[in-house]
Write a protein that binds this ligand. Sequence first.
Ligand code: NAD
Ligand code: DAU
Length: 353
Amino acid sequence: MILVTGGAGFIGANFVLDWLALNDEPVINLDKLTYAGNLETLASLQGDARHVFIQGDIGDQSLLTRLLADHRPRAVIHFAAESHVDRSIQGADEFIQTNVVGTFRLLEAVRAHWASLPEAEKNAFRFLHVSTDEVYGSLAPDAPAFTENRAYEPNSPYSASKAASDHLVRAWHHTHGLPVLTTHCSNNYGPYHFPEKLIPLMIVNALAGKPLPVYGDGMQVRDWLYVKDHCSAIRRVLETGAPGETYNVGGWNEKPNIEIVHAICALLDELRPRADGASYATQITHVKDRPGHDRRYAVDARKLETELGWKPAETFETGIRKTVIWYLEHTEWVAHVQSGAYRQWVTSHYEVA
Ligand code: NAD
Ligand code: DAU
């Protein structure tokens, strides 16, 4: 079996759902259920013996030690993190605790577990650390996309905490020999994305008749990847990546934010036209910029494509259409997130180990 951390969050939950749809290897899912953790996303796995959910903190080393000893996973996929840049600007405590100290505790528990394994299991074991392109900093408009050799220049408290965790992971390989893999992915979007992030926020606000808040001039560029393509990249790196290596993951879909917002408005105009016949684009409002806002990210994913043969399945156009349709069809999931009812799901609908 595999152990996933943060498997009730956006990417982690998509990963768990896809993993169990593709094969029968069980998943131990360790998640603290912060505001970003949503077990309602995993409702289809209720009663499925292949999914064992544990509510807990990656910083709880005795819990980790017990879990690893009881379940003996062949791999750990580490998604758990505080992930929202704006929240890290409001206050970075949780980012340091989870992303840095939590990753350290997890690495220590995993190292002890790995060291105790028989030789064959030890050789096959993997620790896959899910990192971000944000650790590389901001690119000039015509600079080449980030490669894996790019120097780290994290600019936000979030990206600094992720960079710190990457360095710990690297050191645990270099010094202790732990067989680690690190991925650096660009901006994800798709089903079950918490509506504090750009794409789901714009969809949800548009449908609610609220303003669509674009930071600054909206010309900041991100490189967008459909979440299921990120999940397929992680599976590929897990099975064929070389220990100690880092892999960039991206979809070659660089777009300024304002273009993303217009694309969402155009899809909603087509799929769910406003009653008054006006475009959702009339709701766009430019607001104060994010402090320290990185101007451009772009990911060069050629190493993953050429060495491991991975390719994304979706273009931005196919992925964003699927995403908008998903939000139109999952109004209950959205409503429960907005009302806070999703936080009761754990006690009312789900058996927590
Ligand atoms: P998310 O915020 O949606 O989910 C994070 C999950 O981690 C939540 O379920 C939360 O409850 C859990 N968690 C938080 N602190 C924890 C702790 N101390 N112990 C156990 N669980 C804890 O995040 P996401 O967008 O799914 O991102 C997952 C990972 O991918 C993160 O490491 C993030 O840095 C990375 N990443 C995200 C993106 C993106 O576009 N969202 C892109 C590249 C990399
Ligand atoms: O690049 C990967 C990163 O992508 C991940 O590591 C992070 O976990 C993830 O949250 C994401 O970070 P961003 O800051 O790029 O994502 P966010 O959705 O918050 O913002 C995307 C862009 O849209 C960014 O330039 C800020 C802008 N924005 C965001 C919000 C929420 C707006 O203009 N208005 C908004 O209301």
